[in-house]
Design a protein around this ligand. Structure first.
Ligand code: ATP
Length: 656
């Protein structure tokens, strides 16, 4: 394989011609994570995006809130009633009064229990539905993000993040929201009742409030950081596990189990040590809050007790005051704990909603054009320059959405190195019904060219057009609908053979599916499977051979009947019978179809109307097989090394 022949390229600057008239839409503005003030935190940061999602459930939520209000009011009555009992029943009222009051309290608490049940149920039911919807929306949004987004992120981390982040929001919507409302109401109610009961004693109690609030803020910050640290480590561990499972054959064949175990173990150990630090902080937090609130009660008991002794306060009033102050202290403690949960969920909300709100650059133009059907599929590359750039228009899930969350990342100020051009001034045309083959050394850019036609990436200079219209002006769904993609490695979905063939056209009839399977020579082996077309394949199903999977992929493409076919030929050698069957299926598929093939077989390049020989991202040679062999250039050398060897190998297989 020689690198001597320079690629036929044009300068990028002169390439800036009228064809690249379409400017990429301006990068969407994703607000960078910034330090939130206390007031902004109080407003909920990205949690506010949950609010519109509550609207459809406003009826149920209002009933739940009304019940909560009523049951909280009932709780607030309790200390006053108990104070009255003490003063009247044990004084002049006697036993009858005591019985009546106790019966009243029992009735009150029964009603309260029913209300608590209803309100908890209504809130949970709405919360579950809201979160389910959020998950669905997020999944749908992620499915539509360009491949660049997934290229930068590990799927293990992605799924773990989305799982834990969304679950955290679920907590906010179900338990925490209820608790927050209840404790706030109890605190306000208790403070009002305290003031009504005894203003002077209330003043003394309030002296301790700043200490409680200060403690809550101090520990809340630290708890939030520690929790984020645990989540980071667990997400990292999940990513390692997912990677090991998906590469299990490589791991096992290289006896890499101890290495993977050590990598996973290191993360889990790190998670445990951060979790232990969190446990210490949490322990301190609860004990300090508990101590301060109990001290408030002791202080009141002390001051109030002296008043009772002096005859300026009744025992009943002191008792109800103590109950109210315990209630208030309890609420302050609970609110402190909720504050830290609230901050944790704000980080989760930032990640989830920044992702949901992100609008990728690669999307339908506002005035996207729809091509007239049927599409004949003429494809043209006009002086295309392309390099893989990171998806910096989409939020990084693992980036610190709030300061202090997670581990320190690489400083944002360091500009990423600009990658080298992968394609340099590529120009060619595939006329309707024509077959063009791409050949070239590994890494030359063949797969990249194929990926630009369905607009998986946008070019930086020049244009890729279908029927004379730049793909950036066309509707994405229409382009992709018109293109059939047969990848080198066919991965099957877990489902039946029928589901896998009809994936491209779920509305296909049984006859159409069978016809496609017959044309792809898949029918022969499918009908012999235990349950024929209903046999489950892929994960947890019957496993198929490489050749059988290829034939399923061809059947899928034949059923789709696309205007443009992009075929990445499998490099794996098949037995001669499979090879012949696939050849035959290809004949059916390629007939009168605009086709681009990344070719690895001699029979395919011979069949092509034109061969483009790529080298280092440029087109080095163009012509038919015979013309290129006669020219004696790169293709002739590639042929000698790649295609001929392959043919000879196939022939020797036949003779064995
Ligand atoms: N997602 C990506 N991000 C960054 N660089 C990439 C990405 N995909 C491919 N590349 C780089 O682009 C270059 C061309 O890759 P491409 O897959 O198009 O080559 P190819 O000719 O199809 O190779 P092969 O025959 O080995 O499949 C390579 O240097 C590769 O490292």
């Amino acid at each position: 394989m020689s690198n001597n022949a320079p690629p036929a390229t044009t300068s990028p600057d002169t390439a800036q011609n009228e064809r690249s008239r379409i400017q990429a839409p301006p990068a969407p503005t994703i607000t960078p994570p910034e330090r939130l003030s206390f007031w902004q935190k109080l407003q909920g940061g990205d949690l506010r995006y949950l609010v519109p999602r509550l609207k459809p459930h406003s009826g149920k939520l209002s009933i739940a809130a009304a019940m909560l209000l009523a049951s909280t009011a009932m709780s607030l009555v309790f200390p006053t009633v108990v104070g009255r009992i003490m003063d009247t029943a044990f004084g002049a009222g006697g036993r009858q009064q005591l019985d009546r009051t106790v019966l009243f309290l029992l009735a009150l608490f029964s009603v309260q229990a029913v209300m608590t049940f209803c309100q908890a149920y209504l809130l949970s039911a709405s919360g579950e539905r809201i979160i389910a919807r959020l998950r669905e929306d997020l999944f749908a949004h992620l499915l539509r993000l360009p491949p660049a987004f997934f290229a930068d992120r590990r799927t293990g981390e992605l799924t773990s993040r989305l799982g834990t982040d969304v679950s955290m929001l679920q907590g906010v919507l179900t338990m925490n929201a209820l608790e927050l409302l209840k404790q706030t109401l109890l605190l306000i109610g208790a403070l009002v009742m305290l003031t009504v009961t005894h203003v002077y004693l209330t003043g003394i109690t309030l002296l301790l409030v700043p200490i409680v609030v200060g403690t809550a803020i101090f520990f809340g910050e630290r708890l939030k950081k520690a929790s984020q640290g645990v989540m980071d480590e667990v997400a990292e561990a999940s990513a390692i596990a997912e990677e090991s499972f998906s590469q299990i054959r490589v791991v096992q064949s290289f006896v890499g189990e101890p290495h993977e175990q050590a990598r996973y173990g290191a993360r889990i150990t790190a998670a445990v040590s951060v979790a232990l630090r969190r446990a210490v902080t949490r322990g301190f937090f609860y004990s300090v809050i508990g101590f301060v609130s109990m001290s408030a009660s002791v202080l009141v008991l002390w001051v109030g007790g002296r008043m009772v002794l002096a005859g300026t306060l009744t025992v009943g009033t002191l008792f109800s005051f103590l109950l109210y102050s315990a209630m208030a202290a309890n609420s302050v403690g609970a609110l402190g704990a909720l504050w830290s949960a609230y901050q944790e969920s704000m980080g989760a909300a930032a990640r989830v909603f920044q992702l949901l709100r992100s609008v990728p650059r690669l999307r339908d133009a506002d005035n996207a054009v729809t091509l007239a059907e049927p599409i004949t599929g003429a494809v043209e590359f006009s002086d295309v320059w392309f390099r893989y750039e990171p998806a910096d228009d989409l939020p990084k899930l693992d980036g610190p959405p709030l300061p202090g969350q997670g581990r320190a990342r690489s400083p944002a100020a360091t500009p990423a190195a600009v990658p080298d051009w992968t394609l340099r001034g590529i120009s060619f045309r595939i006329n309707p019904g024509e077959t063009v083959a791409l050949v070239g050394p590994s890494g030359a850019g063949k797969t990249t060219i194929a990926a630009l036609i369905p607009r998986f990436w946008d070019v930086q200079k020049g244009a890729v057009s279908i029927e004379g219209t730049d793909v950036r002006e066309l509707r994405l769904a229409q382009i992709r609908d018109a293109i059939g993609l047969v990848p080198q490695e066919t991965l099957l979905f877990s489902g039946s053979v029928r589901d896998n063939i009809s994936y491209a056209r779920p509305d296909a009839t049984e006859e159409q599916i069978l016809a496609a399977a017959r044309a792809a020579h898949a029918h022969e082996f499918v009908r012999l499977l235990p349950e024929g077309y209903d046999t489950r394949v892929g994960e947890r199903g019957v496993k198929l051979s490489g050749g059988q999977r290829q034939r399923i992929a061809l059947a899928r493409a034949i059923l789709k009947d696309p205007a443009v076919l992009i075929l990445d030929e499998a490099t794996s050698s098949l037995d001669t019978e499979s090879e012949a069957l696939i050849e035959d299926a290809l004949n059916t598929l390629l007939q009168n179809r605009t086709t681009l093939i990344i070719a690895h077989r001699l029979s395919t390049v011979r069949r092509a109307n034109r061969i483009l020989v790529l080298e280092n991202g440029g087109i080095a040679e163009t012509g038919t097989h015979n013309e290129l062999i006669a020219a004696g250039g790169l293709y002739a050398r590639l042929y000698a090394h790649q295609f001929r060897d392959r043919e000879e190998a196939a022939e020797s297989l036949m003779t064995v």
